[in-house]
Design a binder for this molecule. Structure first.
Ligand SMILES: NC(=O)c1ccc[n+]([C@@H]2O[C@H](COP(=O)([O-])OP(=O)(O)OC[C@H]3O[C@@H](n4cnc5c(N)ncnc54)[C@H](O)[C@@H]3O)[C@@H](O)[C@H]2O)c1
Length: 247
């Protein structure tokens, strides 16, 4: 990735931060985007310690104009954009009958609409650089999971968005792929334990029998798909879930 620039959403923590660090070590300059300004600065320090340039964009990606301005800022600063890694997401477990309109709308806006608006803004740049989009979905895109219906719907939607864009740009120099992780030990996963009155027999159906997935394993795959080394990958949805979706 030397001489290239990548935009990573959700870069303030968890998988986004880990992916930014892998890309920085591979030589990329980073546009780091997240709603969490404090976490972003910590990631930027780590990225710069790897010798990469870092641009910090502390914005709410649920607002479409913020998606467009984040992409524009990356291009203005680095003069190019080679990879867009859509990693930011919210996870609001609840009983579906009790889900508020706000929680539903927020989940759709952050997990599905924001990736689309970032992609829309980035497509002209990525066509120029022969670049790549990597969308982080979830094993929840492939198996229904209780108490997270909105989250599952957005991740299934993002998977199909990935495939649909891969078809639309089949003959162009741009690649669209997705990575579907299983449970990783991040702040997002910790949120699930706060749900009261969950039926444990339903939750254990998608509990990881082989344990959680290493964040670095997923970050390595996202960075790989963002790079030219993955030139044969287009429209792929790669599961890294320690077997959750095996059966
Ligand atoms: N952790 C898991 O078990 C797990 C499993 C499967 C998939 N995933 C996916 O991996 C990705 C990374 O999640 P994570 O586990 O690192 O979680 P995380 O909560 O550590 O990171 C998500 C980041 O998104 C940011 N974000 C949330 N709303 C935003 C908004 N409106 N605008 C900008 N940024 C916003 C948060 O501030 C946070 O830094 C997500 O797409 C998630 O759905 C996670």
């Amino acid at each position: 990735m030397t001489g290239k620039a990548a935009l990573v959403s959700g870069a303030a923590a968890g998988l986004g931060r880990a992916t930014a660090l892998v890309l920085a070590r591979a030589g990329a300059d980073l546009c780091l985007v997240d709603i969490d300004a404090v976490g972003l600065e910590a990631t930027a320090d780590q990225v710069r310690a790897e010798g990469a340039r870092a641009l910090v964009q502390a914005v709410d990606l649920a607002i479409p104009d913020n998606c467009r301005s984040a992409v524009l800022a990356a291009v203005e600063t680095f003069g190019r954009l080679d990879a867009l890694c859509n990693i930011a997401a919210v996870f609001i477990p609840c009983h579906s009958a009790d889900m508020s309109n706000e929680a539903w709308d927020r989940t759709i806006a952050v997990n599905l609409s924001a990736p689309f608006h970032l992609i829309q803004a980035a497509i002209p740049q990525l066509l120029e650089s022969h670049g790549a989009v990597v969308n982080v979905t979830s094993c929840a895109a492939h198996v229904g999971q209780a108490y997270t219906a909105a989250y599952c719907a957005t991740k299934a939607g993002l998977t199909h968005l990935t495939r649909s864009l891969a078809m639309e740009y089949m003959h162009r120099e741009i690649r669209f792929n997705a990575v579907a992780p299983g449970g990783m030990m991040t702040a997002l996963a910790a949120g699930f334990r706060q749900l009261q009155d969950a039926d444990a027999t339903l939750v254990t159906r998608y509990s990881p029998l082989r344990g959680l997935v290493e964040i670095t394993d997923v970050a390595d795959m996202v960075a790989f798909l963002a790079s030219d080394a993955a030139s044969g990958y287009h429209g792929a949805c790669i599961n890294i879930d320690n077997g959750i979706t095996a059966g």
